[in-house]
Design a binder for this molecule. Structure first.
Ligand code: HEM
Length: 269
């Protein structure tokens, strides 16, 4: 038999993977399972694209890296808007099968953590708190040790002639800040966009990704509050209060900081 759509995409296998735990089956459990599985598939693609972007940056292929990261931004738009589909579920519907999930939680999404680590948001403590399979724990450890997108961008900036040297944080000779060189490099890049067109395009897609992640966190916590109020999470956290504490996380904080420094005289930094 020639190759078919179903065989190539393994559709029968895919459709056999939605096994609910509620008995009798709760109407909304398929929604809950499918939406999480779809997230994991998009996380897989996002990791694939960001991995490639890191490799392209290491070879100074900035345009190609930027193109792939644009794709990730489009995926993020989808991830944010999908939260709305979950919001068609009422709190009492969710309660109809929620207790079956204990103690599993989105907190244990290994690919979500991989994505955070790959962008540069590395928190080794997460590895200790995350209950997962040994193979997944190994993957996470490898991500922790591997260069992140932040590292790849830093190395690129150095190769482009922005010296990675400690510089005084204030014009009047304040304490040296190890990361201050990056902020200064970004100021120069943004102040002269024509001379650094490819770097500006890269920086803009990076901040868009960071914004996408922040918007997802915000929409997720809002949906969670709507669903479970002040109840604790199935993963054992305080729930909404914990999720709110993650809202300020930024993978590229200097891209946000640089905005405050544009339009000033260089000696004022
Ligand atoms: C009814 C729907 C949902 C509820 C009530 C919910 C609730 C929660 C809660 C309470 C937490 C905090 C950890 C805990 O104690 O469990 C959490 C974390 C998380 N959830 Fe959800 N969630 C829902 C849907 C989703 C979906 C569809 C995803 C997509 C993958 C997701 C991904 C995550 C991630 C990645 C975290 C960890 C966030 C972090 O630590 O920064 N959640 N969720």
């Amino acid at each position: 038999m020639p190759l078919t759509y179903g065989k190539y995409l393994k559709v029968p296998e895919l459709l056999s993977l939605q096994e609910g735990l509620s008995s009798p089956p709760h109407h909304d459990e398929p929604l809950f399972i499918i939406i999480h599985q779809v997230y994991e598939l998009w996380f897989k693609l996002a990791l694939h694209e960001v991995d490639s972007a890191v490799a392209h940056l290491a070879q100074d292929r900035v345009g190609e890296a930027t193109r792939l990261l644009r794709r990730v931004v489009e995926v993020q738009h989808l991830l944010i808007s999908q939260v709305r589909i979950l919001e068609t579920m009422r709190p009492q519907d969710f309660l109809g099968f929620r207790y079956h999930l204990n103690p599993a939680s989105g907190f244990q999404s290994v690919q979500f953590r991989e994505l955070e680590f790959l962008l540069g948001l590395k928190d080794p403590a997460v590895c200790g708190r995350l209950v997962c399979e040994p193979e997944e724990a190994d993957r996470l450890q490898r991500r922790l040790a591997a260069p992140s997108l932040t590292d790849a961008v830093d190395d690129l900036l150095v190769r482009r002639g922005f010296p990675r040297e400690p510089v005084p944080a204030t014009p009047r000779g304040g304490a040296s800040e190890p990361e201050e060189w990056r902020l200064q490099a970004l100021v120069r890049i943004y102040e002269d966009p024509e001379a650094h067109a490819d770097l500006v395009a890269l920086c803009e897609v990076l901040i868009e990704m960071d914004e996408g992640l922040a918007l997802w966190r915000a929409h997720h916590v809002q949906m969670v509050e709507r669903m479970i109020g002040a109840k604790r999470g199935t993963g054992g956290s305080e729930g909404v209060a914990y999720l709110r504490s993650t809202l300020p996380k930024r993978a590229f904080p200097d891209l946000w900081r640089v905005r405050s420094h544009l339009g000033q005289e260089p000696e004022q930094y």
